[in-house]
Write a protein that binds this ligand. Structure first.
Ligand code: SF4
Length: 324
């Protein structure tokens, strides 16, 4: 029996290099060792969305990228959070055992409230309870997290523990699988790669679009002319070479420092390596994009498999809480 992993991600549409290097590759690798439950958390997204017009397209595009990147519906349950409505019911039940003080102390609630003062909705406060419901509904034992997400998982463990103390042992306390999610900077070389900041490189771009996009990237600001020596250690293009051209890193650094290579040439080389790496992904994506029903079938099948576990957990919870 493989241990069960749960992870959820917001529907952010077409995925970019930051998503690929930071999360998707990890998801794909975990499939070999664990029984994976991967969910696109559309209900969570509603806490910050004011316009839901693009939600369905974002879910479709994201799942298309996940599948093209190697997530395998035969190995993992892949579905949309709201397609398993039991999670909302469990969220309500868990909210009855979660002290409000625990939720008001969560730093991300304070941060979100600061960022969207016009929309401090109840869902923002209850976010960690819904997140706990996501995990424990499937009795997941392991959750891949970065170090910054450890406090959230600790809260989920506390809620699960409190339920177990009050109503009897029901949920495993989910363990963190600490994962080093590399921080991938965007084309501006300053901020984390993000669609909102328009500093991203989408995985699904064509080869030519990838070259064009990379040509806009900020490099070493001190290197104003072709003959100026560069400082690769402060250049984001060089950092990206670390992922895509690791076998030539030393050579690129030395050529940059001695101005033997120009930034245009260096960027062309990076674009070429990214295009070569993503070639199989892009071919698979093009094939899957021609079968839109396939994505709907994967999501329906994933939700049905998840619901088998969810119904049983909810039945147990309701019985222990005296509701049946
Ligand atoms: S040559 Fe390459 S590593 Fe050096 S500054 Fe230009 S883009 Fe960056």
């Amino acid at each position: 029996m493989k241990r069960r992993v749960f992870s959820g991600a917001r529907p952010t549409g077409k995925q970019h290099l930051g998503n690929y290097l930071g999360a998707i590759q990890n998801y794909v690798n975990l499939q070999e060792e664990y029984e994976c439950v991967y969910c696109i958390v559309d209900v969570h997204a509603l806490t910050t969305l004011e316009d839901t017009g693009g939600l369905q397209k974002n879910i479709y595009d994201m799942m298309l990228d996940w599948l093209a990147a190697g997530l395998d519906p035969r190995k993992s349950s892949l579905f949309v959070q709201s397609h398993v409505p039991e999670v909302m019911e469990l969220h309500t039940l868990l909210s009855m055992v979660t002290p409000l003080g625990w939720l008001l102390r969560v730093p991300t609630f304070k941060e979100k409230a600061r960022l969207q003062p016009q929309n401090i909705n109840y869902g923002l406060v209850g976010y960690p309870v819904l997140m706990t419901a996501d995990i424990v509904l499937y009795k997941a034992e392991v959750v891949p997290v970065g170090e910054d997400q450890l406090p959230h998982l600790e809260l989920a463990r506390e809620i699960a523990r409190r339920f177990n103390n009050l109503f009897g042992n029901t949920f495993p306390e989910p363990e963190a699988k600490l994962t080093s999610f590399p921080l991938i900077l965007g084309l501006d070389g300053k901020e984390k790669m993000s669609k909102q900041l328009n500093n991203d490189i989408e995985l699904a771009l064509s080869d030519e679009e990838t070259v064009e996009r990379i040509m806009t990237a900020v490099t070493d600001p001190a290197r104003r002319y072709r003959d100026d020596p560069g400082h690769p250690e402060i250049c984001n293009i060089y950092r990206l070479h670390g992922y895509f051209t690791p076998f030539r890193l030393e050579e690129i650094a030395s050529q940059c420092r001695s101005a033997k290579i120009g930034c245009v040439e260096c960027k062309q080389l990076l674009a070429q390596e990214i295009n070569a790496t993503l070639k199989p992904f892009r071919e698979r994506r093009a094939t899957l994009a021609n079968k839109p029903k396939y994505i709907a079938d994967v999501l329906a099948d994933g939700a049905e498999r998840a619901r088998v576990i969810a119904r049983e957990t909810l039945r147990e919870v309701k019985q222990k809480m005296g509701l049946t």
